[in-house]
Design a protein around this ligand. Sequence first.
Ligand code: UDP
Ligand code: MG
Length: 317
Amino acid sequence: MKTVSIVISAYNEDGNIAALYQALSKELEKVKNVCFEILFVDDGSKDKTFSEVSKLQKQDSRVKIVQLKRNFGHEIAMTAGMDYAKGDAVIFMDADLQHPPLYIPQMVQYWLDGSEIVLTKRVDNVATSRFYKLCAKSFYWLLNLLSDTKIPESMPDFRLIDRKYVNFLKGFNEQDRLFRGLLSWIMPNDKVKVIDFKAPNRFSGKTKYNFIKSMQLAINSITQFSVRPLHLATYLGLAGAGCSLALGFYVIIERFIRHNPTPGYATIVAAVGFIGAVQLITLGIIGEYIGKIHLEVKKRPLYLADFIEKKPDKKAK
Ligand code: UDP
Ligand code: MG
């Protein structure tokens, strides 16, 4: 019988675990002729997430736990889950019920019918404000403008991936990773299905992404998939040089040909400020990439984890 692993990354989600498990078990019962393993990745939670999932494991041997030794972040948590998952397909989902288990039977059915990747598309996200939606839209526009790997908007990490593609994904060893981008990189042209869904509010707790974290993710996403910002730095430098040259000519013409010397300090301050800004931006962009190289060359392990699974009860002879 085929097995599907469900990888759920959880960081401080103790208020959601029981409700998620309940909703999930109800849906899994509807799927016949497929075995499931439910793999919770506890991403170094400081609340009772681990004891909540341990409780579930006592009553259900399908529940397995990857306990990360500290908080490594959502992308690494999903990677750890993927590494330990044994299924013929892997479903990734969040722990806060914003990825409703309701859609899992449909995902599995598509896969059984031959699809190799089943994506989901948020058609409405009640949890986010208009401002956030606008920021997200601008971010994806910029990302897709700057990057060769196109990442579609509104496609969350809630998805099913066949073992063949899971193995491809396991071949990526970069520290700094964006699952969505990696998946776009290996995405086949066919055998992909998309399910539309409405994302509800979080069941309990707060989002783990604040403005700063979202910005970091945005910058990382761009630098991971593109070197175009480096070209942009060059163009900025060239534009700055062009402007200063034009200004220089203007001053010379005013002074020696039209005998009308311009009072200097305002122009000088503006020019110096402009050139300084261009240099700083350029250095910043180069710095982002050097920082990435610094992190990647060390080839440190991506995470440290314990894997906890309930041994099947030995039957008394
Ligand atoms: N998450 C994680 N590690 C982190 C941050 C988040 O495993 O460092 C998990 C979190 O528990 C949730 C999922 O990633 O299951 C998505 O996080 P969240 O709901 O906060 O993001 P949002 O839905 O607000 O974008
Ligand atoms: Mg969420």
